[in-house]
Design a protein around this ligand. Structure first.
Ligand code: NDP
Length: 392
């Protein structure tokens, strides 16, 4: 059952991450405990922050995905009145809490099962976890719609498109244009990129984000995931999805119509704007974020993405053209390659090689008809990626 006053009850999956912390900040700015009941907050390893968030927000339930941290969380919350749970069953419990609005901000495929569970009981899903759509695509969208919830994008690019799209004029929609900052290696040669460290790869020029998405911005795999995310969110053809490098990250994305008009959404790079929009949609809220100062904005630059230096964009197009389970396969292979890069078992450029090999190796995996097909393809892609990495 969803509470009648839409969005009064909230659950934040992944509250201890970059998006989670920003979400709690927005909730606080918009009235905090006076206006919202926090049903559940979840994290993984950061028990201190999770316990502090649960106490501060008055959450009913705090969950760590890491079962070995259960006792630590339990003792950190003793006497608080907050229920504590852990592991997969704990995440299920959080997803099942009676919240009308659920922020999906767990990183990676780990977010898919609890988000699907919240969607299946009809909650509105504020979607930061793009992996849900990259892996489960139409099945995920159907799960949300069939249960009667709304799917509201949080990724800044997709929030921008969501804000620019005129659904009454869908027949005239020509293209969507995703902007990309180009990351810290925008001007690097492939030779320079071959030897970069995790530390340099995670230092995004404009946005402050979690490790996975920061490295994904450097390799442009984040943009690759976003291209696939856009297909399912906005029901567009692959040839309607464009990517343009825009180093200042001021234009968050654009929509082009058949009359030649292009509608863009602009703002300072601050995720709280997209989070606030997802929370109060279709209304706008007042937020304490920096305002754009056009007089100080010297210039806005654009350049075509270089698919030789950043093969992730080409691989996303391949996945989109092949369709079926290729999104899930790309995503699982990329997560496995990312782990290997962070653990210094492979180099930065090897990530794309691993993903391409796994995708090419699994072209006989067709369509998914049930969610179990997604998990099976994900599992197999990881297994093959591990094999390629071990032999590289
Ligand atoms: P972070 O790494 O900062 O946070 C991830 C969250 O997931 C944390 O709460 C973390 O817990 C939790 N977590 C980690 N591993 C697991 C697991 N195995 N099971 C359950 N929970 C887990 O990520 P971000 O906030 O940067 O990103 C979250 C999602 O939002 C990603 O899908 C990302 O692509 C997307 N996104 C992020 C943006 C950003 O600006 N950061 C922008 C747009 C989209 P703990 O910290 O306690 O270990």
């Amino acid at each position: 059952m969803i509470d009648s006053e839409r969005h009064r009850r909230i659950t934040v999956l992944g509250s201890t991450g970059s998006i989670g912390v920003n979400t709690l900040d927005v909730i606080e700015q918009l009235g905090g405990r006076e206006r919202y009941d926090i049903m559940a907050v979840t994290g993984n390893g950061n028990i201190e922050l999770l316990a502090e968030q649960a106490r501060r927000t008055g959450a009913r339930l705090a969950v760590t995905a890491d079962e070995s941290q259960y006792s630590a969380l339990k003792s950190a919350l003793s006497g608080s009145g907050v229920d504590v749970a852990a592991g997969t069953s704990g995440l299920d419990e959080a997803a099942d809490m009676d919240a009308g609005w659920v922020m999906a901000a767990i990183v990676g495929t780990a977010g898919l099962a609890p988000t699907l569970r919240a969607a299946a009981r009809g909650a509105d899903i504020a979607l930061a976890n793009k992996e849900c759509l990259v892996s489960a695509g139409a099945l995920f969208v159907d799960a949300v719609r069939q249960a009667g919830g709304r799917l509201i994008p949080v990724d800044s690019e997709h929030s921008a498109i969501f804000q620019c799209l005129d659904n009454d004029q869908r027949h005239a929609l020509e293209r969507i244009v995703l902007t990309a900052s180009g990351g810290p290696f925008r001007t690097h040669t492939r030779e320079q990129m071959a030897n970069v460290t995790v530390q340099t790869a995670r230092s995004h020029p404009n946005w402050s984000m979690g490790l996975k998405i920061s490295v994904g911005s450097a390799s442009m795999f984040n943009k690759a995931l976003e291209m696939i995310e856009a297909k399912y969110l906005f029901d567009v053809r692959p040839d309607q999805i464009e990517v343009i490098v825009h180093p200042q990250s001021i234009i968050h994305s654009m929509v082009g119509y058949a009359d030649g008009s292009v509608i863009a959404q602009l703002g300072v790079p601050d995720m709280r704007t997209a989070i606030g929009y997802a929370l109060t949609y279709p209304k706008r809220c007042t937020l304490n974020v920096d305002r754009l100062d056009f007089a100080k904005l010297a210039r806005l630059d654009f350049e075509a993405p270089d698919e030789t230096r950043f093969p992730a964009i080409r691989l996303a197009r391949t996945a989109l053209e092949r369709g079926g389970l290729q999104g899930a396969i790309l995503n699982a292979a990329e997560e496995t390659a990312f782990d290997a890069f962070v653990e210094e078992r492979i180099g930065f450029l090897d990530m794309a090689d691993v993903v391409e090999r796994v995708m090419d190796d699994m072209t006989d995996f067709g369509e998914a008809s049930v969610i179990a097909d997604i998990f099976a393809a994900d599992h197999e892609a990881r297994r093959r990626a591990v094999g390629f990495i071990a032999n590289s």
